[in-house]
Design a protein around this ligand. Structure first.
Ligand code: ADP
Ligand code: ADP
Length: 223
């Protein structure tokens, strides 16, 4: 369970990107829906320990995320919104390199990890190709593979379907849904269908505040 309590973020220029956000996020797929500028990325970056809130708390199980960022990072998988600059390195070598950075020292363990992930995201047949040549859908599936290194229990995915065609989008969302059965997955998006199709729970963020929270079908019924 991820718990946000009275989370507020004010940027130096005075923009109140998050304004007293309190939210409990259970295991499974959780959709964070909101228009551009709502504060979604600010929320995601705060949970991913890339920035500190102005006030309020974030806890994941017994981890105080703001005070113990290094503990959270050990169990965090993050696919940022701008994950898109790729070198001329193969998918296999890049994942292997990222596994080293995540602290998987044993070559044998890395081989197992990288092979399993490449199969899981359906990139095994292109593992030796440069990521620079991948399509948008392949890049995002690679992005999920790198986020899954080390079996994280919290996965954060920021606006992942932007720029994907409908088939790529479906394939990507189905992959997320499979992963989301066992861990907390937060999917941030401005696309209602992304959330309605596969998130049992969701919240709507606008102007830094939670406007609605619940099951998508209940929220649609109330609207
Ligand atoms: P979203 O991801 O929902 O589009 P953001 O979290 O990126 O929303 O932005 C929320 C608000 O904070 C917007 O008004 C945005 O312009 C502002 N903002 C984001 N980053 C910064 C920053 N580094 N400095 C100042 N304002 C920012
Ligand atoms: P997705 O729709 O999931 O992005 P694509 O339609 O881009 O997948 O690709 C489907 C298949 O076509 C891939 O699994 C791969 O076998 C092949 N393919 C597409 N682009 C490339 C590429 N740049 N290099 C190698 N194979 C590719």
């Amino acid at each position: 369970m991820l718990d946000l309590k009275q989370l507020t973020h004010v940027y130096p220029n005075g923009t109140r990107a998050l304004d007293d956000v309190t939210l409990s996020i259970p295991k499974g797929m959780f959709g964070l829906l909101g228009p551009n500028g709502a504060g979604k990325s600010t929320l995601m970056r705060t949970v991913a320990t890339l920035q500190s809130p102005t006030s309020g708390s974030v806890t994941f199980g017994d981890i105080d995320v703001v005070r113990e960022p290094e503990r959270l990072r050990r169990t965090l998988g993050y696919l940022p919104q701008d994950f898109g600059v790729y070198p001329r390195v193969s998918a296999y070598d890049m994942l292997d390199h990222m596994a080293v950075l995540k602290g998987i020292a044993s070559a044998r363990e890395r081989k197992d990890t990288v092979e399993t992930l490449l199969n899981q995201v359906n990139l095994w047949t292109v593992r030796k190709k440069a990521i620079a040549g991948f399509s948008g859908g392949m890049r995002q599936r690679f992005g999920i593979a790198q986020a899954l290194i080390g079996n994280p229990e919290l996965i954060i995915v920021d606006e992942p379907t932007a720029g994907l065609d409908p088939e790529e989008r479906n394939r990507f969302l189905n992959l997320l849904a499979e992963i989301g059965e066992n861990v907390v997955v937060i999917l941030s998006t401005h696309i209602v269908e992304d959330v309605a199709d596969l998130c049992p729970r969701m919240a709507v963020l606008a102007a830094g505040r939670i406007q609605l929270e619940g099951a998508p079908l209940d929220l649609i019924a109330r609207a």
